[in-house]
Write a protein that binds this ligand. Structure first.
Ligand SMILES: O=C(O)CCC(=O)C(=O)O
Length: 304
């Protein structure tokens, strides 16, 4: 149905990502937005980060500001229904093969005016596997434009080094391209209408700026791996038994034979001081590449 063409597969292999516009049906998109709205109703009265909500630093009880819904698949069954739909699964199978293991989902809200930046990083630094047939599917709930903090992807960087995401020996979930000698100026924004998907390789360098625009930029991410890619670290490397591990397969057949590839691995250890989310971990960076909301508020109140 939605399988990729050989040309699209070649683009993904070369650039490390591909964007497919208008993949969700209008029913799927409106259901997704409804489900999110009902989850967010629960955020009223939440005063600190918890198992579901990751709050903006500028969050206040009387002015709730959620930056991420963690593990939405644990909150509403629609998220697993959606990832299993041919619209998403078919393109993923074209890239990873017939067996796909679900790792995690998250919903980055990046709200109008204040939605937080994501510092440059490679997902692989958080969760290395026995091979790198691992990717993230992003689903746009709103139009992603140049102005509302689009995800920025550095083409071809999935074939380059794995950058050290540690500061003073501790994992911080991001790196400073200046210090690493990496030119991120060729990074390309994902520009896509609501209901589109992006697929990016687990080793691709990416990040995104603060949302200074008046338009929300809500983005659902699924982390998926080939069935024979074995998690080496990160929360999903832990499983209670064979049944539990295989219950994460969303298609294909279990294997007890991991495929081992010659891939560079640095464990995300010792763990971030606050490992509860990427945003918290990245506070350990010595220098930020993107502004925070507080920096931008400071800057706008300063005379020129
Ligand atoms: O939301 C974004 O722009 C980037 C998301 C991302 O890289 C992440 O959450 O790991």
């Amino acid at each position: 149905m939605g399988a990729l063409t050989p040309d699209q597969i070649a683009i993904y292999r070369e650039r490390g990502y591909i964007v497919l516009p208008h993949v969700l049906s209008s029913e799927q998109l409106s259901r997704l937005r409804q489900v999110l709205a009902s989850i967010l109703e629960r955020a009223h009265g939440v005063s600190a980060n918890d198992a579901i909500f990751d709050l903006e630093d500028s969050h206040k009880l009387d002015r709730p500001r959620v930056r991420r819904v963690k593990k939405p698949h644990d909150v509403d069954p629609f998220f697993m229904e959606l990832v299993r739909s041919p619209a998403i699964l078919d393109p993923v199978k074209s890239l990873l093969g017939p067996s796909i293991r679900f790792q995690n989902s998250k919903l980055n809200l990046k709200s109008a005016e204040f939605g937080a930046a994501v510092e440059w990083h490679q997902d692989w630094a958080y969760y290395p596997y026995s091979n790198d047939d691992v990717l993230a599917v992003g689903v746009t709930l709103d139009d992603m434009t140049r102005d509302n903090g689009p995800m920025l992807l550095l083409p071809g960087s999935h074939r380059g080094p794995v950058y050290d995401h540690h500061v003073n020996g501790r994992f911080v979930g991001g790196f400073d391209p200046l210090k690493a000698g990496l030119d991120v100026s060729p990074a390309e924004p994902v520009i896509a209408p609501a209901g589109s998907i992006s697929l990016h390789h687990v080793r691709l360098v990416h990040g995104s700026d603060l949302n200074r625009s008046g338009a929300d930029r809500r983005f659902l991410l699924y982390e998926l791996a080939a069935g024979d890619a074995w998690p080496l670290a990160g929360g999903y490397a832990h499983y209670s038994d064979w049944e539990e591990f295989n219950s994460r397969l969303i298609c294909g057949t279990p294997t007890n034979t991991p495929r081992l590839a010659d891939v560079p691995v640095r464990m995300p250890l010792p763990a971030a001081l606050d490992p509860s989310s990427l945003y918290q971990a990245q506070k350990g960076l010595e220098r930020r590449s993107f502004q925070s909301y507080a920096d931008s508020a400071d800057a706008s109140s300063r005379p020129n």
